[in-house]
Design a binder for this molecule. Structure first.
Ligand code: NAD
Length: 343
């Protein structure tokens, strides 16, 4: 059993903990919190030992009825791999601890590539993560871009990608973030950070990205245009999507035109937390003519990186050398059915 600790039990951390706990070859040895929040009670319900970043707060946790198993350092000592899901830039401050303990660590997209000198996407570079001590899973948007661009590149050869990201303003539980009534260019300048970030995984791809933030919490929406070396065949694109374990096709028959309807669909299907681990590519939007391919895809920011973290752990431990098999193990353990098979 691979022993996994989750440092930072928030939006991403709590999902990774549940995904790890669902795997046959992994176990959660602990999760960490900074305050006795509702999420700490969820950790207790799930039976995850609770560790805290600042031991001086132990009394506050115990007064709330939450047993504290020790410090973050105590937790990391129990682990083969620590998934650091603390907020962006905080993760970097934990690196000296992981180095001191000689424990493996996975960081998230809020950290710079340099934190691990290796950025991960299971569809693109799983093999290169085998045996590594440190890995960074790229952000939700970059994960969604990597998956589809890599597939199109392998089949048709990509000459250039132009992607526009319409980003959610906050996650559903974040009451202090916005905007409430604005479209915010993020940034005003071009390219946004997503293009350069994609190059940390697929360095040979030519890409320009632009991004804006809108007042929604559900998902991101990408408008993507890809120029290719070979003529693009629309039916083959659909086949590639259907054959990829983490590319979802939203068929015309579902009548879904928005992120809200997609999340409603996921809820009705009984997906845990209504999570959508796969890219949601709108079939009707797929336009292919000569050397040009265009489409819309929706990305559930809270979910798509979760399954990538599980694969990263398996690769780093050398527990499974084959990317396809790891992805299948991860997806199967989560009972994750291709969304195109649900409609
Ligand atoms: P979050 O704020 O929801 O959760 C972070 C958790 O870490 C909180 O529970 C917080 O209490 C805890 N924490 C803070 N400081 C800590 C410390 N010093 N030690 C231990 N725990 C600490 O953040 P999140 O949205 O889950 O983001 C985590 C990482 O994942 C970031 O790098 C972010 O960029 C990345 N990410 C987030 C999303 C998303 O949509 N939320 C998507 C992809 C990647």
């Amino acid at each position: 059993m691979i022993k996994v600790a989750i440092n930072g039990y928030g939006t991403i951390g709590k999902r990774v903990a549940d995904a790890v706990a669902a795997q046959k070859d992994m176990q959660v040895v602990g999760v960490s919190k900074t305050r006795p929040s509702a999420e700490a009670f969820v950790a207790k319900e799930r039976g995850y030992p609770l560790f805290i970043a600042d031991l001086s707060k132990k009394a506050a946790f115990e007064k709330a009825g939450l047993k504290v198993a020790g410090s973050c350092e105590d937790m990391c000592k129990l682990a083969d791999v620590v998934v650091d899901a603390t907020p962006g830039d905080i993760g970097a401050t934990n690196k000296p601890l992981y180095e001191k303990l000689g424990v493996k660590a996975v960081w998230q997209g809020g950290e710079d590539h340099e934190i691990a000198d290796f950025s991960f996407n299971s569809s693109c570079n799983y093999k290169d993560a085998i045996g590594r001590q440190f890995v960074r899973v790229v952000s939700c948007n970059t994960t969604g871009l990597c998956r589809i661009i890599n597939e199109i590149d392998k089949e048709f050869g990509v000459t250039h990608v132009h992607a526009i990201m319409v980003r959610r303003g906050a996650d559903p539980g974040e009451i202090k973030r916005g905007p409430i009534d604005a479209i915010v260019l993020d940034p005003v300048s071009v390219p946004s950070h997503h293009g350069p970030d994609l190059l940390t995984v697929l360095p040979h791809v030519s890409i320009t990205t632009m991004a804006m933030i809108v007042p929604t919490t559900m998902m991101h929406m990408h408008a993507i245009r890809i120029s290719t070396k070979k003529t693009v065949d629309r039916e083959r694109v659909i086949e590639l999507i259907n054959n990829h374990p983490r590319l979802g096709l939203i068929k015309k028959t579902a009548g879904i035109k928005s992120t809200a309807e997609l999340k409603e669909f996921a809820m009705d299907l009984g997906r845990q937390r209504s999570d959508l681990y796969e890219n949601c590519i709108f079939e009707e939007s797929i336009f292919a003519e000569k050397n040009e391919l265009c489409f819309f895809q929706a990305i559930h920011q809270e979910a798509d990186v979760v399954v990538e973290n599980v694969d990263a752990i398996r690769a780093m431990m050398g527990a499974e050398k084959d990317a396809k098999r790891s992805v299948e193990m991860t997806n199967t353990a989560l009972g994750f059915v291709h969304i195109q098979n649900n409609h």
